[in-house]
Design a protein around this ligand. Structure first.
Ligand code: HEM
Length: 146
């Protein structure tokens, strides 16, 4: 559960990065794929995954970056309503666990990259305001696997 103050500061932090959802979502994915190349194994149907330059131009990577950020944005709109928040997160977790078979250790990896990007672009306060959200997302996604 988030306090009213936490909800407000997390939303403020998220808005900064979500303004450029496609570019920033893409930047997060490209960093995940380059720093953790094993994560590319889930995206063998994506073309042009051989270099960061190619990935940044890929419509598939860009589309997926936008999709991931849109899903997080939906969660961020419901931080004050646990039932609605989990109503978005749990089905997504189910899909990643059963259909996509993503190793859950990768959720912490992508969340840490989002926080890293927030800090680089908008500073430590921005990152700090969003840490609890990424912690909740990771905790619940991991719980789906238990
Ligand atoms: C698909 C969100 C983490 C691999 C998706 C979709 C969303 C999403 C919204 C589309 C679901 C649909 O079509 O019904 C997220 C969020 C994440 C996350 C919010 C964490 C914050 C990851 C990680 C991996 C991953 C860490 C692997 C390293 C995939 C794959 C697909 C997918 C392979 C299918 C892509 C396709 O075929 O187009 N994800 N995801 N996801 N996700 Fe994630």
């Amino acid at each position: 559960p988030f306090s009213e103050a936490e909800v407000q500061s997390a939303r403020g932090a998220w808005e900064k990065i979500y303004v450029d959802a496609e570019d920033n979502g893409t930047a997060v994915l490209v960093r995940m794929f380059t720093e953790h190349p094993d994560t590319k194994s889930y995206f063998t149907h994506f073309k042009g995954m051989d270099s960061a330059e190619e990935m940044k131009q890929s419509d598939q990577v860009r589309g997926h970056g936008k999709r991931v950020f849109t899903a997080i944005n939906d969660m961020v709109q419901h931080l004050d309503n646990t039932e609605a928040f989990l109503g978005i997160l749990n089905p997504l977790g189910q899909k990643h666990a059963t259909q996509l078979k993503v190793d859950p250790k990768n959720f912490r990896i992508i969340c840490d990259i989002i926080l890293q990007l927030m800090e680089e672009k908008f500073g430590g306060d921005c990152k700090a305001s969003f840490e609890k959200v990424t912690n909740e997302i990771c905790t619940h996604l991991n719980n789906v696997y238990k």
